[in-house]
Design a protein around this ligand. Structure first.
Ligand code: 5HY
Length: 250
């Protein structure tokens, strides 16, 4: 299958790292097309950043249409632009947060989220509510590690995340940890070994879920085009000629 992997921030290094994590779990027949928007923030650490990121996701979904991806993964823990992307394509679109919550709820009776800056905890908390996981998510914890610092974090940073996760497991009485940033993807194996519980990386989970849904699509299970997931109105398509990008990082 052809999988479009969108890093909604504009960091080339982070896009490459996310693509590497996706490739490590992808099936032999899965082609990963890793992209990021032509405009927007280098990292997404709040609602203002997410506003640009959502538009960037919509841009990349439209630009990739000619390649007809059979699955799309939005690789940012805020799942920016997820609903818009679902309106614009019949391919399954997965956000790494939503995918991680589903996987965690299948692996443990309760899970805790460990994310980057504490200021972004509210974003994860609202996603937990929006996706209906209030009963399974026992807590959201910030490490106050900036997103871009994850790129070359080293042992001290890994240990900082491990310590927050260990405290969360104890305080929340959780059985699993969800990594609250696509940039933590490369740490999943190490943290799993050190913590002794399932540590869920939304990038890996979303890739495998997308493969499963694409395989099922062959048996006619496709995304719905009814209700709010209806394809954009003709006028929106007409707007598609609007100039995109050429913005500057805020
Ligand atoms: C992410 N930001 O996964 C989120 C994580 C966060 O640039 N990629 C980002 O802190 O919300």
């Amino acid at each position: 299958m052809k999988l479009l992997l969108i890093n909604p921030n504009t960091s080339d290094a982070m896009t490459a790292g996310i693509a590497q994590s996706a490739q490590a779990v992808a099936a032999a027949g899965t082609e990963i097309i890793a992209v990021h928007p032509t405009f927007g923030p280098l990292s997404i650490e709040g609602h203002y950043d997410e506003a640009f990121a959502a538009a960037g996701v919509a841009e990349q979904v439209r630009l990739a249409q000619a390649q007809r991806p059979e699955g799309i993964v939005i690789a940012c823990f805020g799942d920016p632009g997820l609903e818009a992307a679902r309106e614009a394509t019949s391919a399954p679109v997965l956000g790494i947060a939503e995918a991680a919550f589903h996987a965690a709820s299948m692996l443990a009776t309760g899970f805790s989220i460990v994310t980057t800056m504490t200021r972004t905890c509210i974003i994860a908390e609202r996603l937990v509510q929006r996706y209906g996981f209030e009963h399974q998510c026992r807590g959201v914890h910030g490490t106050d590690i900036a997103v871009l610092d994850l790129e070359d974090g080293g042992e001290a940073m890994t240990r900082q995340i491990e310590d927050v996760a260990r405290a969360a497991l104890s305080r929340d009485r959780s059985g699993a940890i969800v990594l609250g940033c696509a940039g933590m993807s490369a740490l999943c194996q190490t943290l799993t070994e050190r913590l002794g519980v399932p540590v869920i990386d939304g990038v890996a989970v979303a890739v495998k879920f997308a493969e499963a849904l694409a395989a099922l699509a062959a048996s006619s299970l496709t995304s719905s085009t009814e209700g709010i997931a209806a394809l954009p109105l003709a006028r929106v398509q007409a707007d598609a000629a609007l100039p995109l990008g050429a913005g500057v990082n805020p």
